[in-house]
Design a protein around this ligand. Structure first.
Ligand code: FES
Length: 177
């Protein structure tokens, strides 16, 4: 969608990255677009989200030439692997199941299963209060089981392991070391 606001023109994907509500039905104030379903907020210029439960909205290069709006149809985006790894870190740090699920699906699709396990283990080992947690045991067991699961089952199994692991981590006192 093309948006004109306070003399500037912006182009953003119309689908809210949280759950798909049409962003054209949102409202804009002070350069911030608010989705009206769950009230996630996005920067108009970059599409970056202010609420970690959502994701960034894909944005596009757009400019005015001789009174016409010109748009590059290719979204401005970081490489998918880096994007989903950053989201995985957000999901782990802030314990947001939807973000964890999306990042697992995204990374699994890129064949980065080992990277998921590595990040989660690393996070667990650096944020523990009392030694090896049951959550880390769950994660280790899942790492051994994953190669025997079908491709369709792997993302869900991995997601469930991450959620159980994250709940266990939350159950013990988290500290940074
Ligand atoms: S669908 Fe937009 S905030 Fe949830």
């Amino acid at each position: 969608m093309i948006i004109a606001d306070q003399g500037n023109v912006y182009a953003l994907d119309n689908r809210c990255p949280h759950m798909g509500f049409p962003l054209q039905r949102g409202t804009i104030r002070d350069g911030i677009l608010t989705c009206h379903w769950h009230h996630a907020k996005f920067d108009l210029g970059s599409g970056c989200m202010f609420d970690p439960f959502a994701d960034d909205v894909p944005s596009f290069y757009v400019e005015i030439r001789g009174g016409e709006v010109w748009l590059d149809p290719n979204p401005i985006e970081e490489p998918p692997r880096e994007h989903w790894l950053a989201k995985l870190d957000d999901g782990l740090e802030q314990n947001i199941p939807l973000v964890l699920a999306k990042s697992v699906i995204g990374l699994e699709g890129l064949g980065a299963t080992k990277e998921i396990l590595k990040r989660a283990s690393h996070f667990g080992l650096h944020n523990r209060a009392a030694g090896w947690s049951t959550g880390l045991s769950i994660l280790t067991a899942m790492a051994n089981v994953l190669p025997y699961l079908s491709e369709e089952d792997r993302p869900l199994a991995l997601y469930n392991a991450l959620c159980m692991w994250r709940d266990r981590q939350r159950g013990s006192r988290l500290i940074s070391i």
